[in-house]
Design a protein around this ligand. Structure first.
Ligand code: GLN
Length: 483
């Protein structure tokens, strides 16, 4: 068996038709990954022995789960019991969590074959997957380019066909932006829809785990598995989980799609604009009604995010002190010096920048001017959406203002890097569900993504609209040549 670009249905069918065991699935996945890793480097660390052990356990089960034997890559910030989980950071070197994240328990109970260690920006700080301790991941569509970030490894693994699906995390766009840049589907569910228990925290009020897949049907299936109330996460919401697959292949006649006028202004590649408008027109032809809406506070979203995100991160990262987890520097004189040396040597440059930014805006004297103010603006941004959704059912925008850029191109220009998420950050600040789906290619054949946003807990609307678009376009069938 040789993996190609299988979606979940195709892979499942092949396993059944050929009567393959989980061990056979693991073996072919490992050999495919070993081959492709030379090009894409989608995994920061990769433990074939662990994967084989998991497959053997699966072969001892009744094979009933809806993900039985299907290879799913897991971002390196989601805890897999006894599996290396390092957030692509030196400071978590060798860390093996003694427990499973809730999403991992859920995937296990459906029989998924888990592959941990998908590469990422260190602690999920980044939009290019270049700040990883393990070195950069590459975009399968052009190996000289970044795959996007921070879930660049998960996305590259799906896009290159190494695995069938993956989990990532999204704090400001980390699932959607790389999905857009690599031509796959990536969804950030509503805040509270998916348990964050066992996700190593970046910014607790923004983080969500979500699926990365080849098409929207797979996204719906994975979302069904990982969603649901969890008493171990106090921000998890006890909201009924619909059968998301029921919303595939439906008519969108009369569905009102909002186009925010503020999202198509300067800074966006003309080709991205063109392809997104083409997509809007296709949705219109399929029966949707297009309405112009306004999200006037969007222009403050990036600055708001870069106060709130780093503030929460600086506090979440305080626990990495050389005592509890992973790495400890061996050159120190006393306890305080040990903390300092460990954090100096253990964190990369971007992580230090975030800790400094966050500590500054939380410090007394600056708290009111920055953190408190940012929280107020966050409320205004949420209110904009609230008003917009009185006029439309869902909102369409580009996912990323540009296609994939070259490795190294923005590393010395953090501000330029931060602007990669200008269209994705608002959904995190407002807690809304949003998905990126492929909607075209630029002149170099690099993928372009369309973002759909919906009101809280209305992932069904995203699935319905995305599925309709997928049925009238061919973009999610495109695959990279991997040269
Ligand atoms: N690129 C954004 C950042 O660097 C978003 C990251 C994310 O969603 N984890 O903060």
């Amino acid at each position: 068996m040789k993996n190609t670009f299988f979606n979940l249905n195709e892979y499942e069918k092949m396993l059944k038709e050929q009567g393959l065991s989980a061990c056979a699935s693991a073996e072919s996945t490992v050999s495919r990954i070993t081959e492709l890793e030379k090009k894409v480097h989608a995994f920061g660390h990769f433990e074939p022995e662990e994967i084989k052990k998991r497959a053997e356990l699966l072969d001892g089960t009744d094979k009933n789960g809806c993900l039985w034997g299907l290879p799913v890559a897991i971002k390196d910030n989601i805890c897999i019991k006894d599996g290396l989980t390092t957030c692509a950071s030196r400071i978590l070197k060798g860390f093996r969590p003694p427990y499973n994240a809730t999403v991992i328990e859920k995937l296990n109970s459906e029989g998924a074959l888990l592959l941990g260690g998908a590469n990422m920006d260190e602690f999920a700080f980044g939009s290019s997957c270049e700040t990883s301790y393990y070195g950069p991941t590459r975009n399968p569509w052009d190996l000289e380019r970044i795959p996007g970030g921070s879930s660049g490894g998960s996305v590259s693994a799906v896009s290159s066909g190494e695995v069938v699906a993956a989990l990532g995390s999204d704090t400001g766009g980390s699932i959607r932006q790389p999905a857009s840049l690599c031509g796959v589907v990536g969804m950030k569910p509503s805040y509270g829809r998916v348990s964050r228990y066992g996700l190593l925290a970046f910014a607790s009020s923004l983080d969500q785990i979500g699926p990365i897949t080849r098409n929207i049907a797979d996204c719906a299936r994975l979302l069904e598995v990982i969603s649901g109330y969890d008493e171990k996460d106090s921000t998890s919401v006890n909201e009924k989980v619909p059968v998301f697959s029921d919303f595939l292949d439906q008519d969108i006649k009369g569905l009102k799609i909002g186009i925010p006028k503020e999202y198509f202004l300067e800074g966006i590649d003309p080709i991205v604009k063109e392809k997104v408008w083409d997509a809007v027109n296709m949705l219109k032809t399929a029966g949707a009604e297009i309405v112009e809406i306004s999200l006037p506070h969007t222009k403050y979203a990036v600055s708001t995010y870069y106060i709130i995100g780093p503030a929460e991160a600086s506090s979440n990262l305080a626990r990495y002190d050389g005592v509890h987890y992973g790495f400890r520097s061996d050159k120190f004189n006393d306890l305080i010096d040990m903390y300092m040396q460990t954090r100096t040597d253990g964190f990369g440059e971007e992580a230090k920048r975030r800790i400094l930014l966050g500590t500054y805006s939380l410090s007394s004297g600056y708290y009111d001017a920055y953190y408190l103010k940012a929280q107020k603006v966050r409320t205004l941004i949420s209110q904009d959406f609230h008003e917009a959704f009185e006029k439309c059912d869902c909102i369409v925008t580009p996912t990323s203002p540009t296609t994939a850029f070259k490795i190294g191109e923005r590393m010395d220009d953090p501000l330029h890097m931060y602007l990669s998420d200008v269209f994705t950050i608002p959904a995190n600040l407002a807690g809304l569900p949003a998905v990126s789906i492929p909607c075209g290619q630029d002149d170099d054949k690099l993928p372009i993504g369309l973002q759909l946003m919906a009101p809280m807990f209305r992932e069904d609307l995203l699935i319905k609209t995305a599925s309709c678009f997928e049925n009238i376009s061919e973009f999610s069938k495109l695959t990279p040549g991997l040269v």
